[in-house]
Design a protein around this ligand. Structure first.
Ligand code: AP5
Length: 216
């Protein structure tokens, strides 16, 4: 099964995609994570993306489309994938349709994570991630079981994203509203859009997503 998790910054896309990957073996394709890896490696893509991401703006469509086109062609994606952070513009959505048609794949569900905008900044500024395995945490909503130690890999190193601050969040939200939100009617018209309550507790959001997938 191939799905998209769609929602604003901090909606919980990455949190839920990680859990679906663990439980169902679907592959999480987070364009944000791919770009952060490119920035860390100092690749040409990373050098182009770094300043754009730190400013909270969107990386150009052609870079994002070729990144995803290469990734979904990898053999592990045959098991099914979860797009987390892509598409983010109508041009990316149209390009995704074309690449899926070309490879004989199909989009099963687009799941909108509906959230109250006021909650997002609190989620974003409290977020931190294990530097070794990438597991996501939150100062208030998801602390490691043992303070300072990753539940999954035991690492004691954590990182916080440079774009996770209240100021950059304003630009990220503006980009979401102007460029990504119009994808909701795009997918509704195709009959694949489903909605879950992203304001619920993480386990309940997960339950709702699994219920959508069970009906697909
Ligand atoms: P990206 O990394 O995709 O960031 P984003 O869309 O802004 O989404 P986030 O990762 O911030 O949020 P999330 O929804 O995954 O939330 P999470 O689960 O972590 O993109 C970063 C940048 O890369 C972009 O700004 C852009 O520059 C570039 N980029 C990426 N893709 C692109 C594309 N396709 N085109 C162009 N540019 C692109 O949850 C957030 C926090 O809340 C966590 O701490 C979590 O523990 C907590 N939380 C989660 N769920 C709940 C809940 N139900 N209740 C309470 N707390 C919760």
């Amino acid at each position: 099964m191939n799905i998209i998790l769609l929602g604003p910054p901090g909606a919980g896309k990455g949190t839920q995609a990680q859990r679906l990957q663990t439980d169902l073996g679907m592959i999480q394709l987070s364009t944000g994570d791919m770009l952060r890896a490119a920035v860390k490696s100092g690749s040409a893509l990373g050098q182009q993306a770094k300043g754009i991401m730190e400013a909270g703006k969107l990386v150009p469509d052609e870079l994002m489309v070729s990144l995803i086109e290469d990734r979904i062609a990898q053999p592990d994606c045959a098991k099914g994938f979860i797009l987390d952070g892509f598409p983010r513009t109508e041009a990316q959505a149209v390009a995704l349709d074309k690449m899926l048609a070309k490879t004989g794949k199909k989009l099963d569900e687009v799941i909108e994570m509906e959230v109250d905008e006021k909650a997002l900044t609190e989620r974003i500024v409290g977020r931190f991630t294990c530097a070794k395995c990438g597991t996501g945490y939150h100062d208030k909503f998801k602390r490691p079981k043992v303070d300072g130690v990753c539940d999954v890999c035991g690492s004691k190193e954590f990182t916080r994203r440079k774009d996770d601050n209240a100021e950059t969040m304003k630009t990220r939200m503006a980009a979401y509203r102007a460029q990504t939100e119009p994808l909701l009617p795009y997918y509704r018209a195709k009959g694949v859009l489903k909605k879950v309550d992203g304001m619920a507790a993480m386990d309940e959001v997960y339950r709702q997503i699994r219920a959508v997938l069970a009906r697909a």
